[in-house]
Design a protein around this ligand. Structure first.
Ligand code: TMP
Length: 212
């Protein structure tokens, strides 16, 4: 590899933790500091697979639970070559959700174990940093009502949070837990600090494989 590669930075967290706002602010701040950065999000609803996922989330179609899990994973795999290309070109990617959401949401359904859920995503480009925006269910509830999409229910989100907590015990992933119950700007400053450190760390290392 010649030159410095970009870093793969993921923002995860339960719904309403402020991930999308923080992703946007992070990309803007990195660019303002002269670093190449772009935002991505999963699910990416623009592809054929993403459109099917979107219909499912909007409750316009029903899909069998294993099937939809594999579609979410396929949606990441179809973008994996682009992710690698961008990183190698020196672009840092700020990504709203990744395989961790995939595992946390499906394994919150009855009958799904963590290991089964992780398998389809084994080998994806490994994030250099995963920022977990932590928000208690009570604080999330104070931020207003949920929307109408599938999974937007307090009881389900509580189980999702427990699954994320299990995933965070894995020391092979660079997790940073961020207290999201603070102002947008305070959160942003902490996220920026962790991200710049990860970009420096990743620069001269090859892209690794997730959970491998
Ligand atoms: P969002 O587009 O508002 O972030 O919401 C996507 C929803 O899909 C959210 O409830 C989390 C869920 N999800 C999964 O179930 N599996 C996945 O792999 C991903 C990325 C998201």
């Amino acid at each position: 590899m010649t030159g410095r590669r970009g870093a793969l930075i993921i923002l995860e967290g339960v719904d309403r933790a402020g991930k999308t706002t923080q992703c946007t602010k992070l990309v803007q701040a990195l660019r303002a500091r002269g670093r190449a950065a772009e935002m991505m999000r999963f699910p990416d609803r623009t592809t054929k697979i993403g459109q099917m996922i979107s219909l499912y989330l909007e409750k316009k179609i029903n899909l069998e639970d294993h099937t939809v899990h594999l579609l979410f994973s396929a949606n990441r795999w179809e973008l994996a070559p682009l992710i690698k290309k961008k990183l190698e070109q020196g672009v840092s990617l700020v990504v709203d959700r990744y395989a961790f959401s995939g595992v946390a949401f499906t394994s919150a359904k009855p009958g799904f174990g963590l290991e089964w859920c992780k398998n389809p995503d084994v080998g994806l480009p490994k994030p250099d940093l995963v920022l977990f925006l932590q928000l208690s269910p009570a604080e999330a509830a104070r931020r207003g009502k949920f929307g109408d999409e599938r999974y937007e229910r307090t009881d389900f989100q509580k189980t999702v949070l427990q699954r994320f907590e299990q995933l965070m015990k894995d020391p092979s992933v660079n997790w940073q837990v961020i207290d999201a119950a603070r102002s947008i700007d305070e959160l942003h400053q902490e996220i920026l600090r962790h991200s710049e450190a990860a970009i420096e760390q990743a620069a001269n290392q090859p892209v690794a494989e997730l959970w491998n």
